[in-house]
Design a protein around this ligand. Sequence first.
Ligand code: PMP
Length: 278
Amino acid sequence: MANAYLNGEFLPIEECKISVLDRGFIFGDAIYELIPVYNSKPFYLSAHLKRLNRSLEQTKITNPHSEDQWINIIQQLIDKSGLQQLSVYIQISRGVAPRDHAFPVNVMPTVFAMTNPWPSVSEDMYTQGLSAVTVDDMRWDRCDIKVTSLLANVMKKQQAIEHGAHEAILVRDGKVLEGSATNVFIVKNEKVSTAPKDHLILPGITRDVVVELLSELNIPLTESAITQQELNNADEVWITSSTKECVPVTRVDDQAIGTGKPGELWARVFAAYQQRKN
Ligand code: PMP
């Protein structure tokens, strides 16, 4: 069963071959997108395609497909995967060219996509919550573009793992921005806060879904800077992403958050999120 797509062809991932001169490989000169699929239906697809388009615009990589073509490729990948709950990963690099920093001319972007089964979620994540550590954000200052050059994120996530934690929460100039692969929400006195959408965070689609659900649930939200102290003293902390959805964090920097158990507001948002998937 084909679970991948490369430059116009659907094929098994083992048969996908690209040149070592691909600029995605040489420079990390590529952008990506990940779309969750529930019951064979892509979740918030137009928001993902809009962000994909923006990542291409911002990096000046030519968008090789129209929106309809993207929808068609994604639908075919879903159909060919034989799965109902899955993720579709899409990566577009600037293409293959002799190694030179300057953009090559007349080069076609490389388009690669793959499907993966939905990761089985350990129930502990919901009953116990996850743990996180705060770390210095050492990334560049265009974190709003979904680029494949993720070395800083990879190193920070590894730092968290080596500390025995699940996620690294990135702090820059005393401000809590986001996780290594997630957005961060905190709750204090039943009010929710998350970092504003600017150039220092990835505008997460799951973040937007949670913002929408909070409004529907009449739970107050502020999108403004969060200090490290506010994070450490929060009643609840949540992290969001397309693969994790919305998960409670019950330990930060080896200290319990609130009661040390997943919070009540998280449970309400999580329930609303599960409903939205149907
Ligand atoms: N921030 C970062 C740095 C990420 O890598 C991700 C996941 N790609 C997110 C936030 C969450 O984004 P989304 O909800 O669109 O998956």
